[in-house]
Design a protein around this ligand. Structure first.
Ligand code: TEU
Length: 578
């Protein structure tokens, strides 16, 4: 991250990542080189041509560190070693050299809100109450008046993101330790300067190795209220909501500024930092991404990917109202227009596949995938493409919970059924919103296991890989893959895409998403029918004579003075000079 940022954001002085596109690799499911059914670094290296052809600039590599894999690598037991399932440090260095040789960058996934319970730091910390590393984690005695191990004895009533209490009793010392996620992911105590210094040293070690930055896992959760107060009992099973006491507290800003000074200070280079921040508001994001504050380049916010969460939460989905989506994304465009910067995403390894979620993975699969991509990519911000999204990969047809692997889904299923929910209704929520949907192997070709592995894949390949795969799309000018290539090309070639002002149009139209981008005398119009029935959109008459920059429909656009008639899932990009 360049700390001495330029004053203006004109095309010449804008940070490099304003015109960059990031591609997320979830290595476990990307490409397997040794036939063990799990993706690995050599497999990724063998597929770099795919990424170069797509035109992306940066690879965000989900964790490949040593890990017991309780949460598929988001539970780290050695930050400076590669898990044998992914390869070796030599494999990593070879991959990084190839990525750089191709003119791309690579950022690591920094998971430092918590470690694995098998990390030596935690093994030491749990060994005794007076161990020097005891205060590297959150330990507390049973709640006064309660017997250790019995319900209610947990130090707070907080629930875990992964179901159940967020405290686990450790028999060795008779105290509880905090884990906001799985019990195998104990939370680090960032109030302890020794913890921060150890994290900074590790980050510098990776930068010295040549990496180009970090995606920071739940980084807004690292500052807890040291009084550890109970949450309001609103959670499932009487578990309180600890979120207000651990999320986006003021201390996070101090920790990030310190991290910047200690890790990036004095370094010359083009770095990228993006903080994943569940629950962050646009007001808070302005502070985190204000270049003058030296904290982060951008954040991942969750407002737009929570709009279809029903009364029962994520696994109780409800239909998306496009007007809500436009209001949300429009709010973030306005909020970060003058100060800060947006990340732009539909997908990642935690979200269901957008073409199944917000599009139509049946009759209008291709057009809905390309329309959604067009709408997202031409906003102001840095787009993130999640592996397989560029192919239009869909949710998978899980027959039952036995085919799922994700700790969040499996814990939710157990807890919900134990609480009396009908298994089929719980499965419906998991099939629609479960994270395994994003983790089925990338579909490279129509061969068995889609060319992902020669062995038995750790998670079943989607049966639709027989027609939905990269090989089938490379040479099809109308494929999802080539539409993504075109969108990425527009960001590289047109300054108005990277730096133009944003203005939402037709905010109340229930099916059409339309907006304008303006830079100097150049205007760009994006207008898309995000639905399965024909729609008409009123446009300024000047757009009648505009040039068509991109469309996802090979048929002649139905442009007439003051309006455009859009076929189902038709997206149109027009440009003109004023
Ligand atoms: O996810 C943080 C987070 O908010 C999760 O609760 C996730 O968004 C949720 O599953 C959506 O319902 C990060 C990582 O991206 C995720 O893969 C890890 O499991 C989690 O942190 C713990 O490291």
């Amino acid at each position: 991250m360049a700390l001495d940022r330029p004053a203006a954001t004109t095309p010449t002085a804008a940070p490099w990542w304003t015109s960059a596109v990031v591609y997320q690799v979830y290595p476990r499911s990307f490409a397997d080189s040794d036939g063990d059914g799990v993706g690995d670094l050599a497999g990724l290296a063998s597929r770099l041509e795919h990424l170069q052809r797509l035109g992306v600039d940066v690879i965000w590599l989900s964790p490949v560190y040593a890990s017991p894999q309780a949460d598929n690598g988001y539970d780290i037991s050695d930050y400076q070693a590669i898990d044998p399932s992914f390869g070796t440090l030599e494999d990593f260095d070879a991959l990084l050299a190839q990525v750089h040789a191709r003119g791309m960058k690579l950022v690591m996934d920094l998971v430092v809100n918590h470690t694995s319970d098998e990390h030596p730091w935690f093994v030491e910390s749990r060994s005794s109450t007076d161990n020097p590393k005891r205060d590297w984690y959150w330990w507390r005695p049973p709640r006064a008046g309660f017997e250790a191990g019995l319900p209610g004895a947990e130090p707070t009533n907080w629930g875990s993101f992964f179901s159940g209490p967020s405290w686990t009793l450790d028999e060795t010392t008779g105290e509880y330790y905090l884990h906001l996620f799985d019990r195998k992911q104990p939370d680090l105590n960032w109030e302890n300067p020794q913890v921060r210094q150890a994290v900074h040293a590790m980050m510098r070690w990776w930068l010295d190795r040549g990496v180009d930055g970090f995606r920071m896992d739940v980084i807004n959760l690292i500052s807890k209220d040291p009084d550890l107060p109970d949450g309001s009992t609103t959670g499932v099973g009487g578990l309180g909501d600890g979120f207000p006491h651990v999320a986006t507290r003021p201390g996070v800003h101090d920790f990030l500024r310190e991290m910047n000074r200690e890790v990036f200070g004095g370094r010359v280079g083009e770095f990228l930092t993006v903080g994943e921040m569940p629950g962050v508001t646009w007001e808070q994001a302005r502070l985190f991404t204000d270049p003058a504050r030296g904290e982060l380049d951008m954040v991942f916010q969750f407002e737009h990917v929570s709009l279809d969460h029903g009364p029962g939460g994520k696994f109780d989905p409800k239909p998306l109202d496009l007007r809500d989506l436009k209001a949300s994304l429009g709010r973030w465009q306005t909020a970060l227009a003058e100060v800060g910067w947006n990340s732009l995403y539909w997908n990642n390894h935690d979200q269901p596949r957008v073409v199944s979620r917000f599009g139509d993975d049946g009759e209008h699969w291709r057009n809905s995938a390309t329309a959604l991509a067009t709408v997202l990519h031409l906003h102001r911000g840095t787009p993130y493409v999640y592996q397989g999204e560029e192919l239009g990969m869909t949710n998978a047809p899980f027959a039952g919970v036995h085919e799922m692997r994700d700790v969040e889904s499996l814990n939710h299923y157990r807890q919900a059924v134990a609480a009396g929910a009908h298994p089929e209704s719980v499965l419906r929520g998991l099939r629609a919103m479960g994270r395994d949907n994003a983790r089925t192997p990338v579909q490279w070709d129509a061969t068995p296991h889609a060319g992902f592995t020669t062995g038995e894949p750790w998670l079943a390949v989607n049966p639709n890989h027989t027609w939905l795969n990269a090989e089938a799309q490379y040479d099809d000018p109308h494929s999802v893959f080539n539409h993504y290539r075109a969108l990425i090309g527009l960001r590289h070639d047109l300054p108005v895409v990277a730096l133009g002002d944003f203005r939402m149009l037709l905010p109340d139209h229930p099916h059409v998403y339309a907006y304008e981008r303006t830079l100097d005398d150049t205007r760009l119009l994006v207008v898309a029918n995000l639905g399965g029935t024909p729609q008409t959109a009123e446009l300024d008459r000047e757009w009648t004579a505009a040039d068509i920059v991109l469309t996802n429909n090979p048929e002649q656009a139905l442009l007439s003075p003051g309006r455009v008639d859009l076929r189902p899932w038709e997206a149109l990009v027009l440009t003109r000079t004023t």
